[in-house]
Design a protein around this ligand. Structure first.
Ligand SMILES: Cc1cc2nc3c(=O)[nH]c(=O)nc-3n(C[C@H](O)[C@H](O)[C@H](O)COP(=O)(O)OP(=O)(O)OC[C@H]3O[C@@H](n4cnc5c(N)ncnc54)[C@H](O)[C@@H]3O)c2cc1C
Length: 363
């Protein structure tokens, strides 16, 4: 990576995207201040399931249709970014993801056709083989589709490791919001003024920051609700995708999600939705019937085309890194690399144009 000539950067927002930007820029030699008024994990990133799912997202999410190559680049960017333990990336598990068909949803054969159409790897496995991959799963006798393309991050583990690594590299973390910026100076909510050549806005919806970057006006909220079964359900094995939702295995307990509630930005768990998600979890893992989950909500920021805003704002010195919708973890490392390339003389990768904030100027 090109030497950063000791430029100073303030990043507004310490979620998945702000944190990965902090780490990538600190590794590249920038002086980085990361400002966020919230506690670590008290944001959309902290409640997310952590799937890095280029294949299933390209097939199941209408806004991600045609984006398999970009999403796969997002997954691969993580392999370079994650700190390693015993040679393995920390917090990443790669047991793939499994489509479990239901009577009313997409059949395994139809899913296989969709995977063939995008060129994603998969194999069909029997119900018995699926149960070996994920003990406790009830595929109701149906053959399933297993893809090695998708994997998962344990977001709690990864957040902590990225944070510790950023601190070790000299990133200064401040509990405050960024309230103003002009090239040379960022102002924080506690009145402090920080010397900064650039402000990176990685603040999710960026509520209250519209005066700092006009492009933020195109973002809209999508509320997501999810259940966490602490100490229950699958702890390892593939992420389960199904017509009713998904189940993600984590060492601390399974997660069952998630809703896409367009236009909502409250964080109130809705009991009816909780029961529906619970029904999905129990139908796939009958042992969850007696468990009491925690019920969480988060708000994703979305652009009109579903891809994030990554690159220079019309406001001088401001770089945008926000609006990654339901794939913010998947895209965070790619977004951070793109921001680093924008700040240096490095060539931009072919996906940068698809995320360039200026794409909406032309509309
Ligand atoms: C239920 C649910 C499940 C999900 N599952 C997945 C998944 O499996 N895989 C995946 O890839 N994605 C998933 N997502 C999406 C993903 O969580 C988001 O896209 C991602 O977290 C966005 O990260 P972010 O850093 O942009 O925003 P956030 O995590 O929202 O962080 C933004 C931060 O900015 C701070 N901030 C706001 N204003 C300011 C300011 N003025 N100054 C400083 N800081 C400020 C906030 O306090 C906040 O901490 C899920 C989301 C939800 C809700």
């Amino acid at each position: 990576m090109t030497a950063a000539s000791a430029k100073s950067i303030v990043i507004a927002g310490g979620g998945a995207i702000g944190l990965t930007c902090a780490l990538v820029l600190a590794r590249a030699g920038y002086g980085v201040v990361l400002a966020d008024p919230a506690a670590r994990g008290a944001n959309a990133s902290g409640v997310a399931a952590g799937m890095l799912a280029p294949a299933f997202e390209s097939v199941l999410d209408p806004a991600s249709k045609g984006l398999f190559a970009l999403l796969r680049a997002g997954r691969d960017a993580w392999l370079d970014l994650l700190p390693r333990e015993a040679g393995r990336p920390t917090g990443l598990s790669q047991p793939g993801a499994l489509w479990v068909p239901t009577a009313s949803g997409i059949s395994t054969d139809a899913m296989a056709e969709s995977f063939n159409a995008i060129g994603a790897q998969f194999e069909i496995v029997t119900a018995a083989a699926a149960q070996v991959l994920s003990p406790g799963l009830d595929p109701k006798g149906a053959a399933c589709l297993l893809t090695p393309e998708d994997c998962c991050l344990d977001v709690t583990v990864v957040t902590e490791r990225l944070y510790q690594e950023a601190l070790r590299l000299g990133v200064q973390v401040i509990t405050a919001s960024v309230t103003n910026f002009s090239p040379g100076t960022a102002t924080l909510s506690d009145g402090r003024q920080i010397q900064a050549d650039h402000l990176i806005i990685a603040a999710g919806l960026g509520r209250g920051m519209a005066s700092l970057a006009p492009e933020l006006a195109c973002l809209s909220p999508i509320k997501g609700q999810i259940l966490f079964f602490e100490g229950e359900g699958p702890r390892h094995g593939p992420a389960i995708r199904s017509a009713g939702g998904y189940v993600v295995a984590r060492a601390a307990g399974a997660m069952v999600g998630a809703t896409m509630e367009f236009g909502l930005e409250d964080l109130t768990p809705d009991g009816v939705i909780g029961e529906r998600l619970r029904g999905t979890g129990v139908s796939l893992y009958p042992n969850l019937a007696t468990a009491t989950p925690q019920h969480w909500a988060g708000v994703r920021a979305a652009t009109p085309d579903g891809l994030p805003l990554v690159g220079p704002s019309r406001a001088p010195g401001v770089i945008l890194a926000c609006g990654a919708r339901r794939n913010g973890w998947l895209l965070a490392a790619l977004v951070a690399n793109t921001v680093a390339a924008q700040l240096s003389t490095e060539a931009l990768d072919p996906f940068a144009a698809q995320m360039d904030p200026r794409r909406f100027d032309m509309a």
